[in-house]
Design a protein around this ligand. Sequence first.
Ligand code: ADP
Ligand code: MG
Length: 356
Amino acid sequence: MLPVLPPPCIPPAADSSSTPLDSGPDRGNPLNTTAILSVSNLQVRYPVSGRRMLTAIDDLSLTLHHGETLAVVGESGCGKSTLARAICGLTPISAGEIRFGGERLHGGDRRAVRRIGKHIQYVFQDPLDALDPRMTIAEILAEPLRHHFPKLTRGERQRRIDTALDAVALSPRHLTRYPHEFSGGQAQRIGIARALICEPSILICDEPVSALDVSIQAQIINLLQDIQRERRLAMLFISHDLRVVRHIADRMMVLYLGRLMEAGPAAALFDQPRHPYTRALLAAIPKADPAEEQERLEATPPLGNDLPSPLDPPSGCVFRTRCPEAAEPCKTYRHPPMELSLSHAVNCVHATTPDG
Ligand code: ADP
Ligand code: MG
């Protein structure tokens, strides 16, 4: 059984008028707090050349609730996709546990993995890459149904296809076309329709707009947000665009070299970031107003040197080699197991123990 959690207290939406997107999420609505997915002490390691192991995710725990959007942020190489892929069963895990509605996802029971698989669907970064060029849209949409719901009648299959097309504002006349006949934005709509066709309860979106033209990114983000709300989906939303995250996320987690640095309600992290890494990421967000942008550029020291190799992470705090606040105790800091919970938690020697 999963623990029953108290209702979260999520502050009202912050002003998001500087983004080209519609109004912020309805954060006044308390989430339905039934945990649908729980990840405990997850570790994912990849074998690399020279019989070494690269730790891409280390000791990470989270719960995902019905109807919430959880954002995962951090620079490229921090382990975001690895986390998403592990949750979908696309990448084997080295330690820890992933449970969907109480059922273990990784245990070698293929039937359980298959049963759970239809509930957790993935929207890929590059839609054209993810769609088989030899299949028509009708075939692309029918395939997951054949796999997960082989007993559907023809009529029921058609109903699901129509519903999914309608959800992404494509028309039935698109069904006979091939992926290359579509623009990037339309192709991503097809990718989203394919993810919806099994009527999943979790949608995993791994940088779903970063391969798209900037002019249509907001459309796709708004579409995902509408779908998430209407269907009360739990959404794991990976992005390095913090303006989008601010707009869309209920909770968020900041990853650095596979470790959780800070996590909690999105508004709390944006308004009172407590980890120097979160502060650095926020300071890197460009301002819409030119004068404010000039001020930001003058005031903000960039993150400096590159991400250290995850094959040879710094001792102590993994962020210390780039941290503006690094001090002696950081060299021997031991990251405690970090959990995304409903309160605001931070993984830094300078921060006092997380509340709660
Ligand atoms: P992100 O999505 O945040 O950019 P990834 O999860 O893709 O990060 O990668 C995390 C780390 O794991 C990176 O150092 C990356 O090079 C490494 N990595 C990812 N996939 C593999 C793999 N299949 N084999 C070896 N290393 C990998
Ligand atoms: Mg990635």
